[in-house]
Design a protein around this ligand. Sequence first.
Ligand code: PGA
Length: 251
Amino acid sequence: MSRKKIVAGNWKMNTSFSEAADLVEQILAYDTDANVTKIFFPPFPYLKNVSDTLAVKTGYYSGAQNCSEYEHGAFTGEVSASMISSVGCKFVLIGHSERRNYFKETNAQLVSKIQQVIKNNLVPVFCVGELLAERKSNNHFETVNHQLKEVLRHFTKEEVNNFILAYEPVWAIGTGETASPLQAQEMHSNIRTCVKELFKEQVASHIPILYGGSCNEKNAAELFSCEDVDGGLIGGASLKADSFCKIINSF
Ligand code: PGA
C-alpha cells in the first residue's frame, strides 16, 4: 500500500531568529517533490514565524520539538500543546532520544504528552531507538518493541492510525554513522509487525515510519528505497537548505 512520504527537519537548539527565517525562505524557494510532506521542527521562539511563513505553501508544516505533559498552570518553563496548536503547528516530536536520555523522560510522561497532543488535534511524531550497547548486545529489537508497547498500548487503534513513528538508533544520531539500509529496513519491518500485533494490519500498513540518524543527501535515496522506510527525520542536514532539499528529492 502506498503510504505518505515525509521528510522532517529537527533543528534542535540551533539557529538564531534571522537564520531560521532565512533557512525557511531558502527551502521554500527550492523546487521540491510535491508528493513529499515537509515538516519543520524549529526552536519554540520561532514557531509562530515559521508557521506563518509556511502557511502560504501547500505541503509544508511546522511542529514543536517537545510539549508539556500538563494542560496549563504553574509549570514554569513549560509549553503546552494548546499553545503550540494556537501558533499554527500541526505536529509534535515526542520521545526523541535526547529528551529520553538527557531529560530523563519516562514512558508515563510520553503517554501524558501524547494525550495532550491528541486533545489539541496535533499529530505526534513518536520516536524510538536503541542505544549502542543495546545493539551490541543484540537487544535492539526488544528495546524498540518495549518502547513502542509501553506507550502505544495506552491509545486506541483510531488514535494510533494518525501517528507518525520515527526510528532513530541513538548510536547514529549526530555521529556521522548511519544505519545501513539493511539495518534500517529490518527494524522498520519489526516496528510495523509490532504495531500490527498491538492493533490491526490496517493501522500497521498505514502508519508512516521515518528513519533518523545521520541521514543526509548522500545516503537518503538508499534508505528511502527500503520498503518500510517512509522518509526521514533529519537533524544536522536539515540546517542546510541545499542538503535538506536534496533529501526531500531523494524518493
Ligand atoms: P542527525 O539527528 O540527523 O543530526 O543525526 C537526527 C535526530 O536526532 O532527529
